[in-house]
Design a binder for this molecule. Structure first.
Ligand code: UDP
Length: 237
C-alpha cells in the first residue's frame, strides 16, 4: 500500500489517502505540542514509539471486543487505518486524579477513585476543546444518543483492558484520552492513538511519570520516559 495525496497534517501525525477510498495511511511525527499548541518541541523517536505502541494496543483491544480503525503496520512510523470521520469528542477516562481534573476541582494529584470517571471535551481548537456533556453533544449533533452510549461502553472496556495490561508491566494507568470515528458503513470504531502522548503512566513503585507530562512540565528525561514505557510494552511481545 502506497501513500497518495496528503489529506491532513495534525500536531503529531500526517494522514494520507491511498488507492483504496476506505483506507488511509497515518504517519507519526516526532513533533510535540502542549497547552493547545502553545508549547512546541520535538521528542526524538516519539513517532516510532507512538505508532508501534498504538498498534499493539489496538490489536489487544480488538481481541477484547472493541472495534478499532487499525488495519496494518507498514513501517516504524506508518500504519494503514480505516478511513473514518472523527466524532469531534475527546473521551477522557480517569482512574486517579491528575492534570486538569486536579486543577479544576482543587485537589492533589494521585487520589485513587473508587470508580473510573468519564468526561467529554468538544474537539475544537478555536474554542480550546471545552468540556461538554452528553446532552450538549447531542444538541450540537456531534453524535447521536445511541452513538454516545456505545462510545461510553467501549471507553470503559478499553480502560478495563488497558489498566490490567499496564499493571502487569508495573505501570499505573492514571488517565487517557480516546477518539472514535465512524466508518463509511456507519460503524463506530476506536481511532486515533493510544500512546504516552494521550495517556498518563506512572511507575507502580516510584510513581515516576512515563508520559508526555515530562514534556508539558519540563521535568527532563522526556525521550527516556518514552523509551522506558516502550521497552516495557515490547518486552512481552
Ligand atoms: N489528553 C490528550 N489530549 C488532549 C487533552 C488531554 O491526549 O488534548 C490526555 C492527557 O494526556 C491525559 C488525559 O487526556 O492522559 C487527561 O488530560 P487532562 O484533562 O488532565 O488535561 P491536561 O492536564 O493534559 O491538560
Amino acid at each position: 500500500m502506497e501513500k497518495a495525496a496528503q489529506l491532513y497534517e495534525g500536531k503529531a501525525k500526517k494522514v494520507f489517502a491511498t488507492n483504496d477510498p476506505d483506507l488511509c495511511i497515518v504517519s507519526y511525527k516526532d513533533d510535540a505540542t502542549a497547552f493547545n499548541g502553545l508549547k512546541k518541541g520535538t521528542i526524538v523517536g516519539k513517532g516510532v514509539v507512538n505508532n508501534r505502541m498504538t498498534n499493539m494496543m489496538m490489536r489487544l483491544l480488538e481481541k477484547k471486543g472493541v472495534p478499532t480503525h487499525f488495519v496494518e503496520e507498514l513501517s516504524e512510523r506508518d500504519t494503514v487505518v480505516k478511513k473514518v470521520s472523527i466524532v469531534p469528542l475527546e473521551v477522557i477516562i480517569r482512574n486517579v486524579s491528575a492534570g486538569s481534573f486536579a486543577k479544576r476541582y482543587g485537589v492533589e494529584e494521585g487520589i485513587v477513585f473508587d470508580e473510573p470517571t468519564i468526561e467529554f471535551s468538544y474537539k475544537n481548537d478555536d474554542l480550546g476543546d471545552p468540556l461538554i456533556n452528553d446532552y450538549h453533544a447531542i444538541a450540537l449533533k456531534l453524535a447521536t444518543k445511541d452513538e454516545i452510549e456505545l462510545i461510553k461502553k467501549y471507553a470503559f472496556k478499553v480502560n478495563d483492558a488497558l489498566k490490567e495490561y499496564f499493571l502487569s508491566l508495573g505501570v499505573k494507568l492514571i488517565d487517557f484520552k480516546l477518539e472514535f470515528g465512524k466508518t463509511s458503513d456507519g460503524a463506530i470504531v476506536l481511532a486515533d492513538e493510544i500512546s504516552p502522548d494521550t495517556c498518563r503512566f506512572w511507575d507502580v513503585k516510584t510513581n515516576e511519570k512515563l508520559d508526555k507530562d515530562r514534556f508539558r512540565r519540563d521535568l527532563g528525561g522526556v525521550e527516556d520516559a518514552y523509551k522506558e514505557i516502550f521497552a516495557r510494552v515490547t518486552k512481552g511481545e
